[in-house]
Design a protein around this ligand. Structure first.
Ligand SMILES: Cc1ncc(COP(=O)(O)O)c(C=O)c1O
Length: 278
């Protein structure tokens, strides 16, 4: 499936069967867009990974080592996705973490095709998922290896014309897509779900919030209901690989790609997200 992998710095395709990332999802990951031989927004991805290590009390990988391994993998790749996985490493049977963990560091590069211009220009079709997303402030925001909810949500549809599924928490608040963050516009205000109890604080989400603020677009993080989404004038999705996908339909409700979305796409393009062709 993937091209080249480095496991603790050595070219390999395997990890130990006693790794806690495999056994318990005890670790974190990053998925980074590689464009023109460079890892886009690498410092931001590195920072989220280090923050995650701190919150999970996993000894952080050496930054210079990560940087040089990532750069080495990316350098000959024009268009790809670089994955970094950090786990707490090997451990004896049972949940108790080793007192002196020796984290595992895995990097892998996959070459990818540029995004479909249609998805960006016409927008994508999306549905609501039945699989709820759990609320847990201790894990909220982190890109942990625990992705079973997303895996099950993604298994709810097979139609390739549906690009993404939206996930609700137990209070029916719209939290995110299976692999994306959600934004909506109403009353000319850009709104995105508050991610203090669930979800991943996306690198692209942060860039969008920054660009919106510097473009003078009022922006709020708040609890969003399905009614709020139904009444929105614009809705879009983001992640590090796609940039922005405007949404053109959610379960039969149509949306147009509107002016706020276009303005943010232009701002993202100006900072190197070339997928955001308007
Ligand atoms: C569950 C989830 N939420 C949000 C995102 C977006 O995060 P980022 O912008 O860092 O890609 C992802 C990315 O894969 C994700 O899996």
């Amino acid at each position: 499936m993937m091209g080249k992998w480095l496991v603790n710095g050595r070219e390999s395709q395997s990890i130990g069967v006693d790794d806690r990332g495999l056994a318990y999802g005890d670790g974190l990951f990053e998925t980074i867009a590689v464009r023109g031989g460079h890892c886009r927004f690498f410092p931001e991805h590195l920072q989220r990974l280090l923050d995650g290590c701190e919150r999970l009390r996993i000894p952080p990988p050496d930054q210079a080592v990560l940087q040089s391994e990532a750069a080495g993998l990316a350098k000959d790749c024009d268009h790809g996705a670089l994955k970094i996985i950090v786990t707490r490493g090997a451990g004896p049977r049972a949940y108790a973490a080793p007192s002196k963990p020796r984290p595992l560091r895995v990097l892998g590069l996959e070459h990818t095709e540029p995004a479909s211009a249609e998805d960006v220009q016409l927008g994508v079709r999306v549905r609501y998922c039945e699989m709820p997303i759990s609320r847990n402030p201790a894990l909220a925001g982190l890109k942990t290896l625990n992705r079973l909810e997303q895996v099950l949500a993604r298994s709810e549809w097979a139609n390739p014309d549906i690009r993404e599924g939206l996930m609700l928490d137990d209070r029916h608040s719209v939290t995110c897509g299976t692999m994306t963050n959600l934004f909506m516009v109403s009353d000319n205000v850009l709104k995105t779900p508050l991610l203090t109890e669930a979800g991943v604080t996306g690198i692209m989400r942060n860039k969008i919030i920054q660009q919106a603020l510097s473009s003078g677009i009022e922006t709020r993080e708040l609890i969003i209901s399905t009614d709020d989404v139904a009444n929105a004038s614009e809705v879009f999705l983001s992640n590090a690989l796609i940039g922005i996908w405007p949404i053109r339909e959610i379960d039969g409700t149509d949306y147009a790609r509107g002016p706020v979305t276009l303005k943010i796409m232009q701002a993202l393009r100006a900072i190197g997200v070339q997928e955001c062709k308007v």
